[in-house]
Design a protein. Structure first.
Length: 488
């Protein structure tokens, strides 16, 4: 079987085939997909390019393992997940370098991602032995209502390139904790990380067929074939709202339970009474984690007029001091964008905003060269109707707009089809919490720049998604509530 050995010492050469059951196998027709380094454009490796039949072979493998995994004692499932946590953390630096190489993000971001990704194994190891049940008396008496949470069945897990390790473990860990087997379809841009994580899991003791991995350049036909196999009962997708809509239609044919973690366009609201230092620190995390390539990234900065100019000046100073470069360079603080198309989208949104009257305070110009870089940028006076207020920029650009009143801030924050995350800064906690209640989104950070936590329910309202990942909510996405009526 072919493999890829990343630079530096590592525990194994990464298998670049399809993980179907107990074996890594090449695609039947020998087809491969090239994986490129976004910082240079050079090809790093090739991985197997599956056809729809291989998607079905992965379902066969998941089906063969399903009964015994569902019957495996929760304590044993927990031990396997905990072994995955330790095995992954033992390779934190190696995995971080791999992520920095194929995704382009800076090493500190990549290290943070590995720790976050591994934490889902630990959290769900702890949850696997706490799957709830219910017992109640029906209001009419007589009947007892017994509810058991059973594994929902074979799950198709589709993940994006921006957190190639964490988006995979955020799905695999609760699926396994619940007793489900699965098929992971990672993003074509960043399959190496997913393959490395799968091999770590295999070596840590995950039984054959419980986790299968299918890489493909034809996600539509391959995922459609899987979703039309009657043995598949769960779809969990993280990616764009546009692809989420397509997959919901596909899942509808067999009425497959669907969890959707989709796009965001988070507002970052700063009131006059906010602690400016804290707001700037929070803005740097909320905007610049992953160089802005995060679904939770703060994109629309709404700043009250009394603090507006000072906030912009300080943000320009901090963003302007960041070192841009290849993710693998230890000095880099802002890495490469994933590909040329991503850079072109940022350029289009900035040009549109400037054309409608916004002022470039920092950056705003793509550097020459082969790498997919865009500089940290701040644009102020962004006018209503600018596309950047409605589309995810997915890059290191902060779009700032002033506001006067609390009602205006809430209306601006809610003026979007998305509802994933929001950030609110105020010295008055009562006001911050009242505003948090009024913003239509799944997650609000109050006086902090980070919401992600394996122990918290992660997910969106409106067109940002359906369902939640992380916490005990994430486990229930992989369970069916079975009601048993009992005459006692
Ligand atoms: P994407 O284009 O929607 O792709 C996501 C995944 O779906 C990839 O694995 C992709 O495969 C696959 N895919 C594409 N078309 C498909 C189809 N017709 N059928 C089945 N699968 C298909 O998104 P992306 O550009 O990778 O990721 C960025 C997006 O993800 C942003 O919108 C971001 O906000 C969102 N995101 C959301 C969360 C969250 O938790 N809410 C977290 C991270 C990212 P290929 O790679 O082969 O195209």
């Amino acid at each position: 079987m072919t493999s890829y050995t990343p630079p530096g010492d590592g525990p194994f050469a990464i298998p670049t085939g399809l993980l179907i059951g107990e074996r890594w196998i090449p695609a039947a027709n020998g087809a491969t997909i090239a994986v490129d380094d976004p910082a240079t454009g050079a090809t790093l490796a090739t991985v197997a390019d599956a056809a729809p039949e291989e998607g079905i072979a992965a379902v066969d493998a998941a089906a063969a393992a399903a009964t015994s995994w569902a019957a495996t004692a929760p304590r044993r499932r927990a031990e396997v997940l905990l072994a995955c946590y330790h095995a992954m953390m033992a390779q934190q630096e190696w995995l971080a370098r791999l992520i920095a190489l194929e995704n382009g993000k800076a090493l500190p971001d990549a290290r943070g991602e590995v720790a976050y990704a591994a934490e889902f194994f630990r959290w769900y190891a702890e949850e696997a032995v706490r799957i709830p049940g219910e017992l109640a008396t029906s209001p009419a008496g007589g009947n007892r209502i017994m509810v058991r949470y059973q594994p929902i069945g074979i799950a198709l897990l589709i993940t994006p390139w921006n957190f190639p390790a964490a988006m995979a473990t955020r799905k695999i860990a609760p699926a396994l904790a619940a007793g489900c087997t699965c098929i992971l379809k990672p993003a074509a841009e960043t399959p190496l990380t997913a393959l490395a994580v799968a091999e770590i899991m295999r070596r840590a003791g995950v039984p054959a067929g419980v986790v299968n991995v299918v890489t493909t350049s034809r996600p539509g036909p391959v995922c459609s074939a899987i979703l039309h196999d009657p043995r598949v009962r769960k779809l969990s997708f993280t990616g764009s709202t546009q692809v989420g809509r397509v997959l919901l239609r596909e899942a509808a044919d067999q009425v497959i339970s669907s969890s959707m973690e989709l796009g965001g366009n988070a507002p970052f609201v700063v009131f006059d009474d906010a602690d400016l230092d804290a707001a700037i620190d929070g803005a740097m995390v909320a905007k610049m984690r992953n160089a802005g390539e995060a679904c939770t990234a703060a994109n629309r900065f709404y700043v009250q007029r009394g603090i507006h100019d000072r906030f912009v000046a300080r943000l320009v100073e901090r963003m302007g001091a960041l070192t841009v470069g290849p993710g693998t360079d230890p000095a880099t603080q802002c890495g490469a964008m994933i590909n040329r198309k991503a850079v072109e989208k940022i350029e289009r949104l900035v040009a549109d905003a400037v054309g409608k009257g916004a002022r470039v305070e920092l950056g705003g110009r793509t550097p020459a060269g082969d790498g997919c870089f865009y500089p940290p940028s701040v644009i102020a006076d962004v006018r209503p109707g600018s596309a950047i207020l409605h589309e995810e920029v997915f890059g290191p650009v902060a779009a700032v707009t002033g506001f006067d009143t609390e009602d205006e801030a809430v209306a601006l924050a809610n003026d979007t089809e998305y509802g994933l995350a929001a950030y609110v800064y105020s010295g008055d906690l009562r006001r911050a919490l009242a505003v948090a209640d009024r913003i239509d989104c799944g997650m609000v950070a109050v006086n902090r720049g980070l919401v992600s936590d394996a122990a918290a329910p992660f997910g969106g309202m409106k067109q940002s998604g359906l369902g939640r990942e992380g916490s005990h909510h994430g486990l229930l996405e992989y369970c069916e509530a079975k009601y048993i009526a009992v005459t006692w």
